[in-house]
Design a protein around this ligand. Structure first.
Ligand SMILES: Nc1ncnc2c1ncn2[C@@H]1O[C@H](COP(=O)(O)OP(=O)(O)OP(=O)(O)O)[C@@H](O)[C@H]1O
Ligand SMILES: [Mg+2]
Length: 143
């Protein structure tokens, strides 16, 4: 477990990039935290770390369940389950297994009960503590 204080979008993205460089196919990054906590900026960083060329295209998938981006070695599957009535149903279906050829990043992961318990899941939680300040906690040994 690592606890980092980010003071800017830039720092949050740099942290995401650091994690992104270490991720492998089958890894799932579960992002938790309220609106505007920094989950999408962190994901942009992960994309950068995975070698996605245009990270500007990595935005909150608000009107679709997810988007796919091509990294250098692995694909990035970026999901946002916020609008779904019950995201846990997806998990029960074996949803994440379908995307194990790449890296899955899940925004609003708290809405998918049971996800955190999976062995290939890295939980990253965001807490807003000031206008530009975020406390970011990363589980596991990747960082
Ligand atoms: N240290 C920081 N790290 C990340 N974002 C920050 C930071 N300081 C301020 N911000 C601002 O907080 C917001 C974070 O937006 P972002 O889209 O990443 O949040 P989110 O957690 O994905 O929200 P949502 O649940 O709506 O998808 C942006 O407006 C950004 O400018
Ligand atoms: Mg978002």
């Amino acid at each position: 477990m690592a606890m980092i204080i980010s003071h800017s979008v830039k720092e949050t993205m740099a942290l995401g990039a650091r994690l992104g460089k270490k991720l492998k196919a089958g890894d799932i990054v579960a992002l938790t935290g309220v609106f505007g906590a920094g989950k999408t900026y962190f994901t942009k960083g992960i994309a950068k770390g995975l070698g996605v060329k245009n990270v500007n295209k990595v935005v909150s998938p608000s009107f679709v369940l997810g988007t796919i981006h091509l990294g250098k070695k692995y694909k990035l599957y970026h999901f946002d389950t916020h609008r779904l009535p019950d995201a846990t149903e997806l998990l029960n279906l074996g949803f994440t297994d379908c995307f194990s050829d790449g890296v899955c990043v899940m925004e609003w992961a708290e809405r998918m009960r049971g996800l955190k318990a999976q062995p290939n899941v890295i939980v990253v939680s965001f807490k807003i503590t000031g206008k530009n300040k975020r406390i970011i906690k990363i589980s596991g040994k990747k960082i």
